[in-house]
Design a protein around this ligand. Structure first.
Ligand SMILES: Cc1ncc(COP(=O)(O)O)c(C=O)c1O
Length: 275
């Protein structure tokens, strides 16, 4: 349908000759949002130091409040990152694993996320255990059973998509998080597609870490991800571009996410992670 054909289409810069459906790769951004982004850029360029040191922090705090309400996450545990991949790498690069530890993932995982997991495992002599979930899936129970069968005493973390990229499954993460975390396995949710597609209450789901994108289904400007480490992972520290999130609860996992290798998102390392 052409742009003239709908009431809302005048709010978008989309080519009227196409019907754009692929907000899953990169969401198209409405014109009023692009306008707001331009105004903030202009504000920054009027006095960059003043903006970055004084004006940006309260703006980010306000954005954390608004986003936190939308995704059901307490704002003090939220950090902005450029995309889900960066949030995921911030967690994985902060892990301190022992040789022989195991990291769980399913065979539906997004390739770049799986690569980051493989890299982390190889770095520490750990092992990635891939859980096969035959498609089409029989039931949520069959997914849970398959994942939980893969847990051993060496399992430290499970990386799970909230919505799988290639197969468009909504994984039963509520149940999986409960079962895995109860077994001492930290859960990192790759929620790249979830914000704006699913009603979210991340604090109730309570995974150790949740990373997501605002530039897909929320249609925020490109480069808007978010990252939600759970506060109860005490002593853990996850470093991101916008914030160092210090976690001060009292359930420190035996081998948790301790960030000891310098700023994982800094300088020349970052491009390698994004590749
Ligand atoms: C499940 C999943 N994880 C991560 C990503 C990467 O998203 P981004 O490039 O915005 O980090 C995608 C992209 O489509 C995805 O589908």
């Amino acid at each position: 349908m052409g742009r003239e054909g709908t009431e809302l289409s005048r709010h978008w810069a989309l080519d009227p000759e196409i019907t754009f459906l692929n907000h899953g790769s990169f969401g198209a951004c409405p014109l009023p949002v692009l306008d707001a982004q331009r105004r903030v850029r202009e504000q920054m360029e009027r006095e960059p130091v003043q903006f970055l040191t004084r004006e940006a922090p309260p703006l980010l705090a306000e954005a954390s409040e608004v986003l936190g309400q939308f995704i059901g996450a307490s704002p003090e545990g939220l950090a902005f990152v450029p995309n889900a991949t960066t949030g995921l790498n911030a967690v994985l690069r902060s892990l301190s694993l022992d040789a022989g530890d195991e990291l769980l993932v399913t065979d539906h995982e997004y390739n770049a996320s799986r690569n980051a997991l493989e890299y982390t495992a190889a770095r520490d002599g750990a092992r990635v255990v891939v859980i096969s979930i035959p498609f089409p899936v029989a039931s949520d129970e069959s997914i849970c059973e398959a994942v939980l069968r893969g847990v051993t005493s060496r399992t430290r973390l499970a990386l799970l998509d909230h919505v799988t990229s290639h197969t468009a499954l909504v994984l039963p993460i509520g149940e999986l998080i409960g079962e895995l975390e109860a077994r001492g396995v930290q859960v990192l949710i790759d929620g790249a597609h979830a914000p704006g597609m699913l009603d979210l209450d991340i604090d109730s789901l309570a995974p150790s870490y949740y990373t997501g994108n605002c530039h897909k289904w929320i249609c925020a400007p490109k480069g808007a991800g978010s990252h939600q480490p759970r506060r109860q992972c005490a002593g853990a520290e996850v470093r991101t571009f916008s914030r160092r999130v210090r976690l001060d609860g009292n359930q420190r996992p035996e081998r948790g996410a301790r960030c000891a290798r310098g700023h994982p998102l800094s300088g020349r390392l970052a491009p390698r992670w994004m590749g």
